[in-house]
Design a protein. Structure first.
Ligand SMILES: [Cu+2]
Length: 114
């Protein structure tokens, strides 16, 4: 089963790297690099606020029946994530990333990288 990851959006800043569940090749201080998932359903991001460790990959998984985006202007933009598809972003810098869906601007979420 081939997993299609929508990686159309290229990271716009050096802070983020778009990847497909890339295993951390780097050694060094134990940095959590597990993938955490934001589920997109019912026109909401679940959970609306997700806390992750620096270096973590967040997978935006669209389990709804319509396309959505996960967009943080200036940081990352998934482009349209079709139903059943997902998009991954690796967060390599601390901070709070507020994102929304460009198709449904009332959809908001937040990734807190600590
Ligand atoms: Cu949407």
């Amino acid at each position: 089963m081939k997993r299609i990851v929508a990686c159309l959006a290229i990271a716009f800043t050096a802070a983020l790297t778009v990847s497909q569940a890339a295993p951390a090749a780097r050694s060094g201080p134990a940095q959590a690099s597990k993938a955490k998932t934001v589920d997109i359903s019912h026109f909401e991001f679940h959970p609306p606020t997700l806390q992750v460790a620096r270096g973590a990959t967040v997978v935006f998984s669209n389990s709804s029946g319509t396309a959505h985006t996960a967009t943080d202007r200036g940081a990352f933009d998934s482009g349209h994530i079709k139903p059943g598809h997902s998009f991954s972003v690796r967060f390599e810098q601390q901070g709070t990333f507020r994102y929304h869906c460009k198709i449904h601007p009332f959809m908001h979420g937040k990734i807190v990288v600590g």
